[in-house]
Design a protein around this ligand. Structure first.
Ligand SMILES: [Zn+2]
Length: 354
């Protein structure tokens, strides 16, 4: 467990069973929660290094409602709240006993057991945040509140589906994070920040997935997407390709919308997105080598990006519902985008050119 690849392989091995089981039967309730971890970048650069984003001139984006419907051909669920959260979110400090949701996971309790007197707690509209430094917590809540709104909007989920506030733990520093991972018996010792069910464990000051030590908004948005999905689809587990592809796509999309900049600025070049779709769809576990993991993440991201940009984006909910109802990647494509593509071959050709 000393070098990054070993740790990663160990993680992958540990993830295999639950993911495989649930990916086969996506609608079954999920017992123990498995963290969805984004491959981390450890000092020695690995294939997961998110290539430096190309310097593209920022472009103003109009409008704040990202998922306005244009061509609705299916029954549409009630629209989500249409305005994004305020930019500055007041942090109302509270005692643990005053928090509206005091139910925490085992790992959450463990985190708060580390130097307990120093933890501060606050609530926002949709989250309960545990933190050490108010300025950092402020930054985190601004981003997670926005991400929640953005992801819920994309999934057409109203507030009723995420009423119960979920917990966010922002650790002091790398040392405290390591202490926590050691004690937590976590399978993710190498991890930077991660989502576990609907909770977020954030190592904001760590090396992060960028390897730069700077605040990593992309990783935060990626993990927040997992946490929001877990919150909206309680007890259900998305297949890996959908889960990771959606998280990767939404991370860039959410940040670009929040900053009102071109989405391209936050999208990497998907050079490794060359896994055939039928192979991607058949994946029920994370692969064991770095290049394969890289290929999985990028192909998944390209797939979701294709659906969200080349197909009517408001149909993504119907597409996800179809997959979660047990239909395959391709069957769901054909039934959801029936008027946009001729057949699976046609779709794959268009996807290859994209
Ligand atoms: Zn992920």
């Amino acid at each position: 467990m000393s070098t990054p690849p070993d740790r990663f392989v160990a993680l992958v091995a540990l993830l295999l069973t639950p993911l495989a089981a649930h990916a086969q039967a996506p609608a079954t309730p999920r017992p123990a929660l498995t963290p969805y971890v984004r491959p981390a970048i450890t000092p020695a650069a690995t294939p997961f290094a998110r290539p430096a984003t190309p310097a593209v001139t920022p472009m103003a984006r109009p409008g704040v409602t990202p998922f306005t419907s244009t061509t609705l051909t299916r029954v549409t669920p009630p629209p989500p709240p249409s305005s994004p959260p305020a930019r500055e979110i007041p942090l109302v400090e509270k005692k643990v006993e005053e928090l509206s949701n005091q139910q925490m996971s085992k790992n959450g309790q463990l985190a708060l057991g580390i130097n307990p007197a120093k933890w501060k707690h606050a609530e926002t509209d949709n989250f309960i945040i545990h933190y050490r430094r108010a300025t950092e917590a402020q930054k985190v809540v601004r981003e997670v509140e926005y991400d929640l709104w953005y992801v819920a909007s994309a999934l057409r989920a109203g507030k009723d589906r995420y009423e119960k506030k979920s917990h966010v733990y922002v650790f002091e520093d790398e040392k405290e994070w390591k202490d926590y991972l050691d004690q937590s018996n976590s399978k993710t010792k190498w991890a930077a920040s991660y989502a576990h069910g609907d909770e977020l464990f954030l190592n904001i000051r760590g090396s992060g997935n960028t390897g730069t030590g700077s605040f990593d908004s992309i990783t935060l948005a990626h993990e927040t997407t997992h946490a929001v999905v877990a919150r909206l689809y309680r007890g259900k587990r998305w297949p890996i390709w959908l889960n990771e592809g959606f998280a990767e796509y939404m991370a860039g999309a959410s940040i670009s919308a929040r900053k009102q900049q071109s989405v391209k600025r936050f999208q990497r070049d998907l050079k490794a997105a060359d896994l055939p779709l039928d192979k991607l769809a058949a994946m029920t576990a994370y692969p064991e080598t770095m290049p394969e993991v890289h290929q999985l993440y990028q192909t998944s991201e390209k797939f979701v990006r294709f659906l969200m940009t080349e197909m009517p984006k408001d149909r993504i909910v119907a597409y996800i519902d179809s997959v979660m109802a047990g239909k395959s990647m391709s069957e769901s494509v054909l039934s959801t985008y029936y008027d946009k593509i001729k057949d699976w071959d046609d779709f794959q050709k268009k996807f290859a050119k994209f």
